[in-house]
Design a protein around this ligand. Structure first.
Ligand code: T3D
Length: 268
């Protein structure tokens, strides 16, 4: 296990080829300030580039996952008499973070230890898989403070749960409790609080020590297919499978199957 205290705002640990990123502003429910968003994007980039890392978990310190944008920062802005230019901040900070999660060719898992609100909910939605503690909830809180949806929520949420449910969440900002979130496909699995991290770590380690090249191709495939018709998706799959078919991992997978043993993948 490797722990690196890179920043107090974001704890970074690597264990069994899994990088665990813990948002660490528990006093404000891990709300995002500029530094935290930037730090998260940088550590995601590190994990993406590190061949010793096969999967990433994002979670929160304390009782929350993330309460979205730090509203004290916004209040301070109003008190200084500044005009908000939210679009620029979203493009400069939130967008690179969300894109990094969606495009890095490694599984990224959100471990929802508590509430995920606003951009914190957007962060959870951007992850490939969501595991939740029984006490967790997800809230598209934007409209409650007079904002539209951001951080990729308008893109991800309808794709996950359908337009009607997504708009209800966005219009009301009402929190969706973990059990309901699991029922509608918003989270993958719900666990008792003390089991969330052990279970998520084991699951991530399983992926990180599997055929990681294939997992990266699968993520690229699924992302691409979101904007393709079937004909084009079938062509793209064929192209990707051409790549996978030439990998050492495919040869090992087939050989292990025929020899009735567990495969030893190298991610190449
Ligand atoms: O501005 C831009 O750049 C555009 C981008 C916008 C993206 C967004 O995310 S907008 C949406 C921002 N987030 C929210 O609107 C959620 C605000 N928080 C809440 O509604 C509630 O805190 C929760 C429902 C998440 C949890 O409620 P509860 O009752 O469990 O906790 P609490 O008592 O409200 O919060 C505990 C503390 O955290 C409290 O501080 P205190 O009183 O103990 O000193 C609270 O002020 C603080 N806190 C919670 N969320 C935020 C926050 N402080 C700053 N910013 C927050 N977002």
């Amino acid at each position: 296990m490797v722990s690196r205290p890179v920043s107090d705002l974001l704890l970074v640990e690597t264990d069994r080829r899994v990088t665990i990123l813990t948002l660490n502003r528990p006093d404000v429910l891990n709300a995002f300030n500029n530094e935290l968003i930037t730090e998260l994007a940088l550590r995601l980039r590190d994990a993406e580039r590190d061949v010793e890392v096969g999967a990433v978990i994002i979670t929160g310190a304390g009782r929350a996952f993330c309460a979205g944008q730090d509203l004290q920062d916004r209040r301070a802005m109003f008190e200084r008499g500044e005009t908000p230019h939210l679009g620029a901040g979203l493009r400069e900070r939130y967008k690179p973070m969300i894109l990094r999660i969606r495009t890095m060719e490694k599984p990224v898992i959100a471990a929802l230890n508590g509430v995920a609100a606003g951009a914190g909910c957007g962060l959870a939605l951007a992850c490939d898989i969501r595991m939740a503690a029984e006490s967790a909830s997800l809230s598209l809180a934007f409209a409650r403070v007079g904002l539209a949806a951001d951080s990729g929520a308008s893109y991800m949420l309808p794709r996950l749960i359908g337009l009607g449910r997504a708009l209800e969440m966005a219009y009301t900002g009402d929190p969706v409790p973990a059990a309901e979130a699991e029922r509608i496909g918003l989270v993958n699995h719900v666990y008792p609080a003390d089991e969330l991290m052990p279970r998520t770590r084991d699951f991530a380690a399983r992926l990180a020590n599997g055929a990681t090249l294939a997992l990266g191709l699968i993520k690229r495939d699924f992302n691409r297919a979101l904007s393709l018709d079937l004909d084009a998706a079938l062509d793209y799959e064929s192209y990707q499978q051409e790549v996978a078919g030439r990998s050492d991992d495919f040869r090992e997978g087939v050989t292990a199957f025929v020899e009735k043993r567990q495969p030893k993948y190298r991610g190449s």
